[in-house]
Design a protein around this ligand. Structure first.
Ligand code: ZN
Length: 200
């Protein structure tokens, strides 16, 4: 089928897969709450727009502790979101300064579809093995929980592949607040858009 290929017996596009591994993703409560806040803020722009944040934290053997939310400066529209090289460079600098590990990105879609679009594949600035890419439906106007209503994709063998609900249920958990919680807000364009809306 055009556009569909198989790597390690997993269908790359269209079908969720269930990796056999023992990785656990622990996402602190504040990370979820702050992610939702930022994504909802984009939904309040005129017109309502897609939003994005990056997640970071640390790895302890097979456990990924997600404790940090980074809001990059981004150009948001109702159908896509673009982060420039300079904006991503600031994120990388922040990661270097703090010693945090980039663990994923979270962005919204306007409707219920939470697949990874070709644009999502192409536009993702960071593509390294194991990186998560979570797509939240409905501009995150509701909660992003339970996580299985989101599309949770992971970069594997040069492609973002959707993790199955079975895998997500078993390997992802939202945990209590973390003392190491960090929120870094690099947004400029968003606040400029808010200013223009308020002026109108
Ligand atoms: Zn997308």
């Amino acid at each position: 089928m055009a556009g569909c290929r198989k790597i390690n017996n997993y269908s790359v596009r269209g079908k969720a897969f269930t990796p056999v591994d023992s990785i656990q993703y622990l996402i602190s409560n504040e990370v979820v709450a702050t992610t939702q806040t930022v994504l909802k803020e984009y939904s309040h722009l005129q017109p309502a727009s897609e939003g994005i944040v990056y997640w970071a934290g640390k790895k302890l053997e097979n456990t990924c502790l997600i404790t940090a939310v980074i809001a990059p400066d981004a150009m948001a529209t109702p159908f896509n979101i673009t982060i420039g090289h300079q904006a991503n460079a600031k994120v990388v600098e922040f990661l270097c300064d703090t010693g945090l590990i980039h663990l994923g990105q979270v962005h919204t879609h306007p409707g219920k579809w939470v697949g990874h679009s070709l644009t999502d594949d192409r536009a993702a600035a960071f593509k390294c093995q194991g990186l998560l890419s979570i797509v939240v439906p409905d501009f995150c106007t509701n909660t992003m929980l339970p996580l299985i209503k989101c599309g949770i994709h992971r970069y594997e063998n040069d492609a973002f592949m959707r993790l199955s609900k079975t895998y997500v249920n078993k390997h992802f958990a939202v945990t209590e607040n973390s003392l190491e919680f960090v929120f870094q807000d690099f947004r400029v364009d968003y606040y400029e858009q808010v200013r223009l809306v308020n002026q109108a």
